[in-house]
Design a protein around this ligand. Structure first.
Ligand SMILES: [Zn+2]
Length: 397
């Protein structure tokens, strides 16, 4: 019976190692842009898991879903750019149709800061923050940002520390763009990408080790990255075939507007087109919005939608179902231990929970569940097996 008691205690200890989220005074949400889980991997974080990016997995859809807790169907940002009467335009912050974490923080008399390595993203995702920092606009107490990607990456991490000392924000959202830039230019399996990933990982470890006991750190991405080497020059192909159907290039998918008779058949037979998504599937993909296209094309592995002359600049791209897997790591105040599977829309509810805020808005997502870590799961099975064996042996006595 003594042995049985020891095993029961062991079982309880293993099971109580994971559980609910607690409280943090400050949350840092680090978004490693284009940080595919095949490229970026961290060790020693009490919570690790698997994140899922919204569709289409692009920088603006990802960041705005992380910051609003709702899907593109509800925040209205369906890609990085949109169709304005057959012209490509970049989304502006006034087009975001949902409340951001920055607005929720303000209503709760708290302070949120957006630090963005990408200038355009700063204007879109940081418009409602108390302070938005980018290489274009930064406080006087920061040194001038270097021009090169490595230098800029170090500068962004320095900015977190410096701004924290002077501004004491309750929430940081930080965009780190180096893996996206290097991934697009050299591809996600390149040495260049590997080297950039090691730099980002080292800087994340340093940040983690410098955190005070009241801060929680969440690391994730806006989208993954796939290797590409071939293009579907959809615009030129449609024109050559005499169609006026207008395509918006969204990386590895294309949004088609004003689709004419016969054009659907034509695009479905193009080399490099994997799948056509019809509007009846939009609710499942959470892109059922009034501005949604007539059809969505998804590229085969290795392909992207881009004019032929631009292909030379891309060895990596995202935007299809293949780049929805994103890394997820958490540590610090209010973070227990275990495995978490969640969507990007679950992150805002989690930040609200950790900071104890009154959201005043309905999220599509919800606070994710912390499960036992997979390896730990096997441990529990072994312990449970031994316990059952001992109970059985005792019963036979
Ligand atoms: Zn991105």
């Amino acid at each position: 019976m003594k042995v049985l008691a020891v095993f029961m205690t062991l079982l309880l200890v293993t099971m109580s190692a994971y559980g609910e989220f607690g409280h943090a005074s400050q949350v840092i949400l680090l978004v490693v842009d284009g940080g595919d889980p095949e490229v970026l991997s961290l060790e020693g974080f009490p919570v690790e898991g698997q994140g899922t990016a919204v569709f289409p997995p692009m920088t603006s859809t990802g960041h705005i879903s992380l910051l609003t807790g709702v899907y593109p169907s509800h925040h209205g940002i369906l890609a990085n750019e949109y169709n304005d009467e057959q012209k490509t335009r970049t989304y502006t912050s006034d087009m975001i149709e949902a409340k951001t974490l920055f607005e929720i923080l303000k209503e709760n008399r708290k302070k949120g800061i957006f630090i963005s390595g990408k200038k355009g993203l700063a204007a879109l995702a940081g418009a409602t923050a108390n302070l938005t920092v980018s290489p274009d606009s930064y406080p006087v107490y920061l040194r001038d940002p270097p021009q090169d990607q490595e230098g800029l990456t170090r500068w962004l991490f320095e900015a977190i520390t410096e701004i924290d000392i002077r501004e004491h924000p309750d929430f940081f959202c930080v965009n780190i763009p180096i893996l996206d830039g290097v991934g697009h230019t050299y591809g996600p399996s390149s040495e260049e990408c590997e080297e950039a990933a090691r730099l980002v990982e080292d800087l994340i470890y340093s940040l983690r080790d410098s955190l005070d006991s009241e801060t929680a750190l969440i690391v994730t991405s806006d989208h993954g990255m796939s290797s590409v080497s071939k293009t579907v020059p959809i615009h030129a192909l449609l024109r050559a075939a005499g169609y006026a159907t207008w395509p918006l290039h969204v990386g590895r998918c294309a949004f088609l507007y004003d689709v004419e008779e016969g054009a659907r058949e034509f695009v479905s037979n193009l080399e490099g087109v994997e799948r056509i998504v019809e509007p009846d599937a939009y609710p499942t993909l959470h892109v059922d919005h009034e501005s949604a296209p007539d059809l969505i094309l998804v590229a085969k592995k290795g392909y992207l939608f881009i004019p032929e002359p631009l292909l030379q600049y891309y060895r990596g791209m995202h935007g299809s179902f293949d780049e929805q897997d994103i890394p997820l790591y958490m540590t610090g105040a209010g973070i227990s231990s275990g495995y978490v599977e969640c969507s990007q829309v679950d992150i805002a509810p989690l930040v609200v929970e950790l900071l104890g805020l009154e959201p005043g808005v309905a999220f599509d997502g919800s606070v994710p569940q912390v499960q036992e870590k997979k390896v730990q799961g096997y441990g529990i099975l072994v312990v449970a097996g031994v316990v059952l064996y001992l109970i059985g042996r005792n019963l036979w006595r």
